[in-house]
Write a protein that binds this ligand. Sequence first.
Ligand code: TYD
Ligand code: MG
Length: 432
Amino acid sequence: MAKQKETIFVCSNCGNEFFKWSGNCSGCGEWNSLREVKNLGGGKNKRGRRQTKKGLTEVVNLAKLNLDKSKNDVIFSSNIPEFDRVLGKGIVRGSVVLFSGEPGVGKSTLLTQLVGKIGGLYVAGEESVAQIRLRVKRLALDEKNFDILATNSIEEIEETLARVKNVYKIMVVDSIQVMVTSDVVGVPGAMSQLRGSTFKLVEMAKKLGVAIFIVGHVTKEGNIAGPKLLEHMVDTVMYFEGEKRGNLRILRVNKNRFGSTDEVGVFSMGEKGLRQIRSDEINLVSKEGGGPGQVVTVVIEGGRPMMVEVQALVTESYATIPRRGFVGIDHNRGQMLVAIAQKGLNLPLYKCDVFVSVMGGIRVTDTGVDLAVIGAIVSSYKNKEIEKGSVLVGEVSLVGEVRQVSGMEKREKEAKGLGRKMLAIKNIRELG
Ligand code: TYD
Ligand code: MG
């Protein structure tokens, strides 16, 4: 048998292992990322060995499982109804939730409020204890509910949980991007570290029954490679989104092992942190009333109808390639809708800059918004308002036909309730 090498080279970016050093990693293509480390016998073997030391894992028959123990609140409430609803019923003991969102959107704020409501351990990797205390005070939460551990080390968390007698219901790790585990090489934020740290946190959650919320930053430009890679490792993926300048925040679930993924929670960011708001309090329509380029629609996000305003600005372009900008709708869908409008309504949009924005800072995934986007574009181009007090709803096909979307009754009711009328439009030509 070949003698095992004493050292190997590990890529600090992707975690691939090599026997020889080279300038760039053939795994991920990163340059100068290979580091020499002691060979512990390879990842898989290492894990296998650890298991035998502990003894073999037992096979459990469900009927014989001690129910008294597991019955003990498998699911518990977060004491924030909006949060519970998004998760399904509540927080599942021993589950791992990846809580992602753009920096500054309010992830730390919401999770601080969560700990404030039920008590738990807050692992502060980005902020000092004093800073967390300031936030707790500002949010008027009970300091008694907070145990703070200011560390970047996963091993320190592990030791703390083993040492502290207090069994925590929840633990927040803020954020995964600054955590490091000595199990793998690489700087904080490197893919190998993100994965290694998450793996260890998942182990802790399952072993100790503590529900862990892992904060992961994502950026608008779609640089979600980091947290995206972790999604398959966790039970639930939550996204917190909203325009930082506005105060509306939407909580979504993208993956949920314990419930559905089509609920959303709506919050408003204020002086005293995040406050849940009811759907009838959401009105994303500008008070000044309508005008050219402004169209109101009713979208359904997470089963809730919401009235929102879509605005478009169409101007003659002086650029070689006219500009397109979309806020609140998918960029590709936006491009397609501009093309549909150009062809279907015979508008020379190829020589116009087109900007479309959904007001209030929400991201609309409902295709029922299509007609309103096209309506706003036409209205801005012609500098003519679409009928006052109207609402446009419908998905638009490539040839300009308007298709009905689900929940029309709900939408109509919402529109009527706010004193607006839904226009019956079968083809976008009728907008011309
Ligand atoms: P934060 O939770 O730190 O964002 P994240 O953890 O997602 O990066 O929130 C950042 C913003 O929220 C910050 O600009 C200040 C604002 N904020 C409020 O408006 N009200 C509050 O009560 C708090 C605590 C923060
Ligand atoms: Mg934060």
